[in-house]
Ligand binder design. Structure first.
Ligand SMILES: [Zn+2]
Ligand SMILES: [Zn+2]
Length: 277
């Protein structure tokens, strides 16, 4: 039997994982149809790959070769307190992603529903500087998370003009002005059991993250995995990868690490935020 209350409960449960002493919430900032047809977004995918991927994530495969994608950020809440945000969603109505993504996103309501205020967030990792991952970083020219250190891949910072014309002025300049911008190259610690995992290729500095607590782990893929196609056929490249060969190697290594650790994969754009690989 279907009724709204149980659906809401199921959705919340699907969006939360207890990982050792931490809790991880998926914050779905929005969902919409992508401007690029699936067959041109993933030109190497064969009919068998498409059928297997559609079986794994049916809601993502629409008629007429269209792709419905979600936009997830993730909130890690360690038992010790504080909060770590992985990615910052599509953002408010006037964010850089408004050109193509279904803004406004729902970050404020999502944080409130988990009892978290923007002040509570101590670290924000931007996996990369595409507009759909940075949207709530800065709102109306001010950092939305006033107490947070914003961890940003230096190679993306240095290539920002190529990634998005508006992100330097809208996001990076205000964060630099308040001293909140922390540019990183190697793996760094974000909090208890949380480290970054460099996965360059989708963008020059693309960076994933690992949470390991007790015997449980989550790998936050960012856009190293974009669609279920890249779970069933990890060699399939994405049209907008900056360096497809490097992206492919990073994806294969990330999926291998997830399997070895028995980790959840926390995905940016699949329908289910948490998947097993
Ligand atoms: Zn991206
Ligand atoms: Zn993305």
């Amino acid at each position: 039997m279907h009724h709204p209350a149980s659906e809401a409960f199921d959705t919340q449960r699907r969006r939360t994982r207890r990982i050792g002493t931490c809790v991880v919430h998926a914050l779905c900032d929005g969902a919409g149809t992508f401007f690029e047809p699936l067959s041109s977004a993933f030109p190497d995918a064969g009919a068998t790959d498409l059928a297997s991927a559609a079986a794994l994530d049916p809601d993502a495969f629409l008629p007429d070769d269209r792709w419905r994608l979600h936009f997830h950020a993730f909130l890690i809440r360690p038992r010790e307190g504080g909060a770590i945000l992985i990615d910052a969603g599509i953002g408010p109505a006037n964010a850089p992603a408004a050109a193509w993504a279904p803004t406004p996103g729902r970050m404020p309501e999502n944080l409130t529903s988990w009892g978290v205020a923007p002040d509570d967030v101590d670290v924000v990792l931007l996996t990369h500087l595409h507009s759909d991952h940075v949207g709530w970083s800065v709102v109306e020219g001010r950092p939305y998370f006033p107490n947070a250190r914003y961890v940003v891949p230096k190679a993306d910072h240095d290539a920002v003009e190529k990634l998005n014309q508006r992100v330097r002025e809208a996001i990076l300049t205000p964060l630099a002005a308040t001293g909140q911008l922390d540019l990183v190259e190697e793996s760094v610690r974000l909090g208890p059991g949380v480290t970054t995992v460099p996965t360059p290729g989708h963008t020059p500095g693309h960076t994933s993250a690992l949470l390991q607590s007790g015997n449980d782990a989550v790998l936050f893929s960012g856009d190293a995995v974009l669609n279920a196609l890249q779970l069933v056929a990890p060699r399939v490249a994405y049209l907008f990868d900056d360096a497809p060969e490097a992206a492919r190697a990073a994806r294969l290594a990330l999926l291998e690490q997830a399997r070895l650790r028995g980790a959840w994969l926390a995905t940016s754009h699949l329908t289910d935020p948490f998947v097993r690989v």
